[in-house]
Structures are given as structure tokens and as C-alpha cells.
Design a protein around this ligand. Structure first.
Ligand SMILES: Cc1ncc(CN)c(N)n1
Length: 235
């Protein structure tokens, strides 16, 4: 039988989901976020506690900006999505944020971090401005849901890495790693990824290209967020 040539041009091969294409194409940058030195230091127990406390305070500020961003995704899915189940997945993510805010307050008081006196650092200010820009009506639903999946997925893969066999996560940080590294959150990220792939199958090449740019922007913001968490050791 004649051998059929297997041609896979990046992004246009309909057999490979778009997110798979991106993760292969941008493996280095993506690993730079999910295997960041800050994450590796949590995994091997070498993280210093001041970095963890800095991250905790900054991430609380981020999550408060993340709530309206997720609400805007809900609105876009209601207006633009052809698949009703999208809304339920996004709503599930939204609901967990209510619990998340309380988790931060609880964790902060445990570690004597005053959330009211946390000053947002530049990387955080930039990231929150980026979230706000995604809420504009100029940002199509496929682009916004791509950013949402990327934001959640970087955290899931980062903290799942911390929980892998042989980790030496300090007892005080175990709960944090479990929060985003657990299987349930992994399944939720897979659902978001499924929505992104389905959306982008129907999207124009232009929207798909725009979604890829925003995917990369999220990964860069996540790397900056980890860099900020490590902070200036000399401080
Ligand atoms: C910076 C950042 N990125 C992602 C997540 C997970 N929602 C988070 N809490 N903070």
C-alpha cells in the first residue's frame, strides 16, 4: 500500500489540538514557568520563608483581580460560545475563587502576613493590568479563554511538580502545593484546555494567531510573577 506522507504544519494540522502544538513549539518558555527556580526551591525545600510570604501577599492581590477577569470570561462565554457546557466549567472555577480568597486570609494569618499592608509589586501591577485588558470587548472569547486556561494551567503544573515523588516540600507549604497541584484542579484545567481546543478549531487563523500571542504573554507574566516572588535576596 502506498505510504501516505505525514505532513504536519504547525498549528494547521487538524489532527493535533492547537494547545498541543503550542506546548510543543514553546516547550522551553512553558517549562521556564512551570519549572521556575522559585517552584523548584519549594519542591526541594530550599525556599526561604520570606519568599513564600512575599508570594502569598502578592498572589492574594492577584486573585482579587482574577475574580472580575473570570466574570468577564463568563460573560463572553454566554455571548459568544456555541457550547453551553463552557459556562458550567467557568462557573466552577469562579465558585472556587470564593473559597480561595478565604484560604488566603487564613494562610496569611497563620504565617503572620498582613494582607492589608501588602504593596503590589511591579510584576503584579503589570499582570493585573494585563488581566484588565483581557476584559475589553475587543478581546474575542477564544483569546480570553486561552489566557484563562494558560493562567490556571501554569499554576497546576507548577504545584503538581512540587508534589511529585521525592519532593521535600516544607510542611508549612504543603497546603499551598495541594491547593493547585491536586488532581481535581488538574481535571478542571484539562476541561478548560478542551474548551480552548474546540473553540480554536472553529476560529479563524487570525484569532488563533492572536490566541497564541496571548498564551505566550500569560507564560511571560507567570515567569515575572515567580521572579518577583523570589525577590531581591539582598532586601
Ligand atoms: C499569578 C497567578 N496565576 C495563576 C493563579 C491560579 N488562579 C494564581 N492564583 N496566581
Amino acid at each position: 500500500m502506498e505510504e501516505t506522507a505525514k505532513i504536519s504544519v504547525t498549528g494547521t494540522d487538524s489532527n493535533i489540538p492547537v494547545t498541543e502544538t503550542w506546548l510543543r513549539k514553546h516547550r522551553l518558555i512553558y517549562d521556564g514557568a512551570t519549572r521556575h527556580p522559585f517552584i523548584v526551591s519549594i519542591r526541594d525545600g530550599s525556599v526561604d520563608f520570606s519568599s513564600f510570604k512575599r508570594w502569598l501577599g502578592q498572589d492574594y492581590i492577584f486573585v482579587r483581580s482574577f475574580v472580575p477577569f473570570v466574570a468577564s470570561i463568563l460573560m463572553k462565554s454566554w455571548k459568544e460560545s456555541t457550547d453551553e457546557s463552557d459556562m458550567e466549567v467557568i462557573l466552577g472555577g469562579m465558585a472556587s475563587l470564593n473559597d480561595e480568597i478565604n484560604w488566603f486570609k487564613n494562610e496569611a494569618s497563620k504565617h503572620h502576613v498582613s494582607l492589608t499592608s501588602v504593596v503590589p509589586q511591579n510584576a503584579n501591577i503589570n499582570y493585573c493590568r494585563f488581566l484588565e485588558s483581557l476584559m475589553s470587548s475587543e478581546i474575542e472569547y477564544p483569546v480570553a479563554i486561552t489566557a484563562f486556561w494558560a493562567i490556571e494551567s501554569v499554576y497546576q503544573q507548577s504545584f503538581a511538580h512540587c508534589l511529585e515523588e521525592g519532593n521535600r516540600v516544607p510542611q508549612e507549604l504543603k497546603e499551598t502545593c495541594e491547593r493547585w497541584g491536586n488532581e481535581g484542579f488538574g481535571a478542571y484545567c484539562d476541561s478548560l484546555r478542551g474548551i480552548v481546543d474546540l473553540c480554536l478549531q472553529k476560529a479563524s487563523a487570525e484569532v488563533t494567531a492572536k490566541a497564541e500571542v496571548f498564551f505566550l504573554s500569560v507564560v511571560e507574566h507567570e515567569v515575572e510573577f515567580w521572579n518577583m516572588s523570589i525577590g531581591d535576596a539582598s532586601m
